[in-house]
Ligand binder design. Structure first.
Ligand code: SF4
Ligand code: ZN
Length: 365
């Protein structure tokens, strides 16, 4: 796969990441956690497992500009395989409902990358999942190169899992090649995404595409336009699910570095609402997900602080296909600030302040 790389950007990301990893405390523990949520139709288990870590983030290219998942991976330590397998059993034993289970297993890298998830571990996980009769779907994540080059491995996984459905998530993030290269440092272009979609479709596997909301170096308005276009393109190319990921600032990343220098702010929740609403109206039948990490916090998508929860709930209702008749402009006065911001064509001192000071009480401004 030809490398799509902006060398200046990549070397800066590499430098920031290395510095962070070198300064991690010696007693640092790789992250292993799980959660169980009951929805109307099913039980959703989310489990984050500390495998070796994303090969792209380990490379000299430094990984994606917004991603700090490698901070929680096993990195240079042995992968705690037994603990991972036990955690799967333990979590499944805690489910006390008769509803079917969707199992989302995230290794914060690529499930089919054997440097990240060794073959033995991958097969043991798949066999364990397959043995549970209540699980109907397993979701994992993967970069395009580990789909394009690993067809045999994916076919084998599908066979082990049967009749459980396999869903693969790809972080397309943006369908704009310049943004992929010069803002996100993804290392692939839309051509590789298309190729992996063809493979997934031909194997009859379900596809989820992650769309990033507000890559660095874009204005709020550019980020909205880009997320909407990306979702449209991904649906057109053949995704089954769109998952919108508003930026949350993670340690040891380029966005964290820019944020500290006041050169980056996470998106407003109003922007996320606008994006989700637009795509829901255009594609009433597509599955849309949007569960912002750190939503309502300063390091995640946020508004003025008073309306954050209300607007996040509204987004949830839209993704769940519930009818929503609220007029956003009537929900909170900060909607007007956001509107001014998105109508400003270029980033100015004033527009930067609108975003930076969105939590300021208007009476004290
Ligand atoms: S976003 Fe995915 S591909 Fe990029 S560095 Fe993080 S885990 Fe790796
Ligand atoms: Zn508000």
């Amino acid at each position: 796969m030809p490398l799509q790389k902006n060398f200046l950007l990549a070397s800066k990301i590499f430098e920031i990441r290395q510095e962070f990893l070198e300064n991690r405390p010696l007693d640092f523990k790789p992250k292993l956690w799980s959660s169980i949520t009951e929805t109307r139709q099913d039980i959703v288990i989310v489990m984050v497992v500390p495998t070796r870590g994303c090969s792209w983030a380990f490379s000299e290219s430094g990984g994606c500009s917004v991603c700090g998942y490698i901070n929680d991976s096993s990195h240079e330590r042995p992968i705690p395989e037994e603990r991972i397998l036990k955690e799967i059993d333990l979590t499944l034993s805690r489910v006390d409902s008769v509803k079917p289970i969707e199992f989302k297993l995230y290794n914060s890298g690529s499930f089919f990358d054997e440097n990240d998830v060794p073959k033995n571990l991958r097969i043991k996980i798949l066999e364990k999942i397959q043995k549970n009769p209540d699980i109907y779907k397993l979701s994992v994540e993967n970069r395009p190169e580990f789909l394009i080059n690993q067809v045999k491995i994916i076919k084998e996984a599908k066979k082990i899992l049967e009749p459980i459905q396999l869903e693969i998530g790809i972080g397309i993030e943006s369908s704009n090649n310049a943004i992929l290269k010069d803002c996100m440092n993804k290392g692939f272009s839309i051509k590789e995404y298309k190729k992996s979609v063809q493979i997934i479709r031909s194997l009859n596997i379900r596809l989820k595409s992650y769309v990033f909301v507000k890559p660095p170096f874009l204005t709020e308005n550019e980020a909205i336009v880009d997320a909407i276009k990306t979702a449209r393109d991904a649906i057109d190319i053949g995704t089954d699910v769109i998952s919108f990921n508003p930026c949350n600032i993670q340690n040891g990343t380029l966005v964290s570095h820019l944020h500290k220098q006041d050169r980056y702010q996470p998106p407003w929740i109003w922007s996320v609402l606008y994006i989700v609403k637009t795509i829901r109206e255009e594609f009433p039948n597509i599955e849309i997900l949007c569960e912002p990490t750190a939503g309502g916090k300063l390091r995640g998508t946020h508004n003025c602080g008073k309306c954050d929860k209300t607007v996040l709930d509204l987004i949830n209702k839209i993704t769940e296909k519930e009818e929503v008749n609220d007029d956003p402009s009537k929900l909170c006065s900060c909607f007007c600030k956001w509107k001014v911001l998105v109508e400003t064509p270029i980033e100015t001192f004033r527009s930067r302040n609108l975003s930076r000071l969105r939590r300021l009480d208007p009476l004290n401004e």
